[in-house]
Design a protein around this ligand. Structure first.
Ligand SMILES: Cc1cc2nc3c(=O)[nH]c(=O)nc-3n(C[C@H](O)[C@H](O)[C@H](O)COP(=O)(O)OP(=O)(O)OC[C@H]3O[C@@H](n4cnc5c(N)ncnc54)[C@H](O)[C@@H]3O)c2cc1C
Ligand code: FES
Length: 276
């Protein structure tokens, strides 16, 4: 297993702006140009949401967008945050000019394919986050891309015009059927894979809740397609020091071993993970 080697950068980043998308989701822009300049699609940052001891530890967030100044140089990055606990509640309420410790870029990024291989991204909820920069990288290479994107309801499907502007085909599902197909995002993925000629190469990329990732991995394996998943284990350090993020992977000899998903991942080959 090859680990990431580049030295991460730690900055006290000013909040440039904070845009709520719903009662739970917000996009936070951070003035961290050096991290933005070094980040590759699928990498993440460790963010300390408050100055005190609660929360004591930083939390991991995918790099969502790279912000650029008038010359095109990276000026900052954004994170897409879903409020589920103490840190994400603090991030939801951050104001312009407040400071946040931000460490990154961290982890192994996605391997970006080239034509004629197509790219199919599979996102569940806040699992959309790593796909904005990936879609831009795919677009720059001329790769034909599709985003399978599932959420609880239509109002929680974000940035659709962003992906449309990159010529990404959207396949949408919602739990309540308010937008797109009712049900899980893996259902249309399965149908599309079944209908696709085996000779047409496609790379799957997935990020979302672990149950969705496992279902996507099984679907990819059923159809004999490669799949890179970005796993979201709880991460105490993001640097390989605490072992809070381990995930079981096949060892090639019929057994398995645990790897630290913060440094061996978060992007991992789906067919090598031992899904629970
Ligand atoms: C590599 C990586 C990238 C991530 N990118 C994003 C992102 O772009 N946007 C985003 O909103 N979130 C992302 N996450 C998840 C995010 O790190 C957690 O939501 C965050 O740590 C929660 O912090 P909190 O203090 O608000 O919640 P806490 O108060 O720490 O926890 C609240 C509850 O959520 C549970 N929980 C916390 N983290 C996770 C987790 N990773 N998986 C399952 N349950 C969890 C806790 O066990 C607890 O029950 C990512 C995680 C990883 C590992
Ligand atoms: S988060 Fe600490 S070892 Fe992975």
């Amino acid at each position: 297993m090859q680990y990431t080697a580049a030295m991460p950068i730690d900055v006290a980043a000013d909040v440039i702006w904070n845009r709520p998308l719903s009662n739970d989701y917000n996009v936070l822009a951070l003035a961290a140009p050096a991290i933005a300049a070094a980040a590759a699609p699928g990498q993440f940052v460790m963010v300390k949401a408050g100055a005190g001891v609660d929360p004591l530890l930083r939390r991991p967030f995918s790099v969502f967008e790279i912000l650029r100044d008038a010359t095109g140089a990276p000026s900052g990055l954004t994170i897409l945050s879903k409020r589920i606990g103490v840190s994400t509640a603090l991030l939801y309420d951050k104001g312009q000019g407040q400071r946040i410790d931000c460490l990154g870029p961290l982890g192994r990024p996605f391997t970006v394919v080239d034509p004629p291989t197509d790219a199919w991204m599979v996102a569940g909820g806040v699992g959309l986050a790593p796909f904005a920069t990936l879609a831009q990288a795919l677009h720059a290479r001329g790769v034909t891309s599709t985003l399978f994107y599932g959420a609880r309801r239509g109002a929680e499907l974000f940035y659709l015009d962003f992906f449309r502007a990159l010529n990404v085909e959207l396949v949408l599902t919602t739990d309540d059927g308010s937008v797109g197909e009712r049900g899980r995002v893996v259902a249309p993925l399965d149908r599309r894979l079944a209908a696709r000629a085996p000779s047409s190469a496609v790379m799957l990329y997935a990020c979302g809740p672990e149950g969705m990732l496992a279902a996507t991995a099984r679907t990819a394996m059923k159809h004999g397609r490669p799949c890179q998943v970005s796993v979201e284990r709880i991460m105490g350090c993001g640097l390989g020091g605490c072992y809070s993020c381990v995930i079981p992977m096949r060892d090639g000899h019929g057994g398995f071993h645990h790897v630290r998903s913060c440094i061996a991942g978060p992007v991992l080959p789906a067919d090598q993970i031992v899904w629970g």
